[in-house]
Ligand binder design. Structure first.
Ligand code: SF4
Length: 378
């Protein structure tokens, strides 16, 4: 299977109060050194293998100049066999783009944009300390269309402070009005030390009850179904044929190379993770030091478990024929006793060819997936 190539861009204009990603504040000099280091890392890992997706994630990749994006895409094309129709995605924040910059990204070879919109309600965006407004998000989307992008994804987040089910659904409607090809819907997770926790305490803000969070998910998905989107993964919907080809690799037991600080790779059965710090990454690349802080061969048992629980994220489910022939096991014989209670509750369907969660089952996905992680056969 062709690889996916992931390129991490760890710079943001400001740090959002809930963010737990590997990122830091934008600094022009650091960014220049980082791009040079990325190009060197990509060159150093060249093996001519096939790769059919490139994904710029972050951080805020749209803070790069179009010329830098072009250099990185060209670097990937020199190092790997990347077909002309490869999917090339750039994550973008609405406040960072102009029509001219978007045209530049497109000319550089980007053919898919993923905008971090998060909400179409200004008060929610302000509570999350985002730099854009709902109007700016709409404007950015319109500029993307004018620049020729016909494959655009928008991210929204639910279960935000002070958000009601109706508020959430109004953002979903806002997304549908724009008509992107793809959408990702995430539940806001507020990690223990997030500055948002203090802000919430000061403002006496709260999040909706768990039952409402479940309603947000179910009603949001039903609204998107009615608008002609197809859910294909727990958090993702798309127009037919517009699923994220890159992200499908993570869910389908395929392999990828990650470049940049904190990026991880799974290649030839080996999982590796680069050093997380941007400055350490730059110095290690410069000195020719070892970038990987973790490297482990995945056992067949680990790969099997990952194939099963990642496959369960997909609406079509884990492909049992493929998994059983790849790992030489009978999934039902191995896990059937533990899976059966979830089937009895209508959360899971086993049809011999696939094992898949129903939509209510997706709300309890972690419990079902735990069967593969905590199994006694491990
Ligand atoms: S823009 Fe995204 S990556 Fe950057 S701080 Fe905000 S949430 Fe984190």
């Amino acid at each position: 299977m062709p690889l996916g190539l992931y390129v991490h861009i760890p710079f943001c204009s400001a740090i959002c109060n809930y963010c737990n990603f590997n990122r830091g504040l934008f600094d022009g000099d650091l960014k220049n050194q980082y791009v040079a280091a990325l190009l060197k890392e990509i060159r150093g890992k060249a093996d001519g293998g096939d790769a059919d997706t490139i994904f710029f994630g972050g951080g805020t990749p749209s803070l790069l100049e179009p010329g830098e994006v072009r250099a990185i895409i060209d670097g990937c094309r020199d190092a790997f066999a990347v077909p002309a129709d490869a999917e090339v995605t750039l994550e973008a924040n609405p406040e960072t783009v102009t029509r001219e910059r978007l045209e530049g990204f497109r000319a550089a070879g980007v053919n898919r944009l993923s905008f971090g919109v998060q909400s179409f309600r200004d008060e929610e965006l302000q509570r999350l300390s985002r730099l854009h407004s709902a109007a700016r998000a709409r404007e950015a989307f319109a500029m993307a269309r004018e620049a020729g992008f016909d494959n655009v994804s928008l991210d929204l987040m639910m279960w935000l402070p002070q958000q009601s089910v109706a508020d959430w659904l109004s953002s979903v409607e806002g997304l549908i009005e724009l008509g992107p090809e793809h959408a990702s819907l995430y539940l806001l997770e507020i990690y223990p030390n997030a500055p948002l926790r203090d802000t919430m305490a000061r403002g006496q803000w709260s999040v909706a009850a768990d039952e409402d969070a479940a309603e947000m998910y179910l009603q949001g998905m039903a609204t998107l179904d009615a608008a002609g989107y197809e859910q294909y993964e727990i958090s993702n919907v798309a127009r037919p044929g517009r699923e994220s080809r890159h992200n499908m690799k993570y869910w389908s037991d395929e392999e990828w190379h990650g470049f940049g600080c904190g990026a991880h790779s799974t290649r030839k059965g080996v999982r590796e993770k680069n050093v997380a710090s941007t400055s350490e990454y730059i110095s290690l690349v410069a000195s020719g030091g070892r970038l990987e802080v973790e490297s482990r061969s995945l056992s067949d048992q680990t790969r099997l478990e990952e194939a099963l629980f990642m496959g369960l994220r997909l609406v079509k489910g884990a492909d049992l024929a493929l998994i059983e022939s790849r790992y030489k096991i009978d999934v039902w014989q191995m896990y059937g006793d533990e899976l059966k209670p979830f089937m009895d509750l209508g959360l899971l369907i086993y049809d011999d060819a696939h094992l898949r969660l129903t939509r209510p089952g997706m709300l309890l996905a972690n419990e079902v997936m735990a069967v593969f992680i905590n199994s006694p056969v491990r």
